[in-house]
Write a protein that binds this ligand. Sequence first.
Ligand code: C2E
Ligand code: MG
Ligand code: MG
Ligand code: MG
Length: 292
Amino acid sequence: RAKETGKARCVVYSPAHAGPPQHDISLEAAMFQAVREGEFLLYYQPIVDARTREIQGFETLMRWKHPTLGMVPPVRFIPIAETNGLINLLGAWALKAACVQLKQFEEVAKRSLYISVNISPRQFRNDKFLDVLDDAIAFSGLAGEQLVLEITEGTLMIDPVHAESILSKMAERKARIAIDDFGTGYSSLAYLKRFPISVLKIDRTFIRDLPGSQKDGAICNAVLDLAKHLDLSVVAEGVETEEQLRYLEERGCQYIQGYLTGKPMAANVALAALKESIHAKVLPAELRQVAQ
Ligand code: C2E
Ligand code: MG
Ligand code: MG
Ligand code: MG
């Protein structure tokens, strides 16, 4: 804790620090306090098999539980952390903590799972990022292939030459790369050929109006077709209805993430869900309720 605080202070008083927009200064100041007080936590959202609905892995989603403001959503604090550099500290913590958490999930589930972690553009470009990655893998003892790193198209496009070198080093460690919010970024399809990418995550703006919207249907079908021919996995994000799930499953989408199959949840709730899924498999239906 003390060491973390030291690093955070070092970031906030750095002369290179550009400063956030005026209205966010109080929130920014509160963030450094929050790091010291341990107000950041991780939620986990299940990523399930579209056909069986069995949990395959979890996406790690950061939360800030402020004592008076309540839950501050990541859309408010991640951009600030990205601007002032605190994201490097928070992101390193999240990566390591998530890898350790996965080990506990697996113990309870009694099978192999994977963990998906968001990596911001600034983290991805940070000199220390590969050290952070190696530390998380070594400390947790998970296999590299159990780790999925989610980056956006924007992250790749800032400096494609640098990105290529980092991605190949990630691939050496067997970590898989997912393109988050696929199709919403400002980029070319050529990077799918050039970079070692394993997973496409279809953004939820393309899922929301399924199955009614012909245009969204066309986009999802095109992504699924592209992925199939490039041998990539697809995760559909933001699936909220049975109709959406059925539509996607029928068209060969293998993985689903959304409120329908599980909201982001605290680690202890995720553990309970994993326990319950063992019972569901092992016990006959009439015993399931007794067992709880
Ligand atoms: P993302 O990586 O695309 O994460 C998916 C977002 O969609 C999450 O929002 C999740 O709660 C939300 N979501 C999932 N299923 C549904 C659904 O069925 N309906 C609706 N309406 N929403 C759904 P969240 O947790 O608020 O995170 C927002 C964004 O903040 C993330 O988008 C990611 O870009 C960023 N973020 C979150 N945690 C981290 C982190 O640890 N590091 C970094 N760098 N960014 C993070
Ligand atoms: Mg993500
Ligand atoms: Mg996304
Ligand atoms: Mg996003």
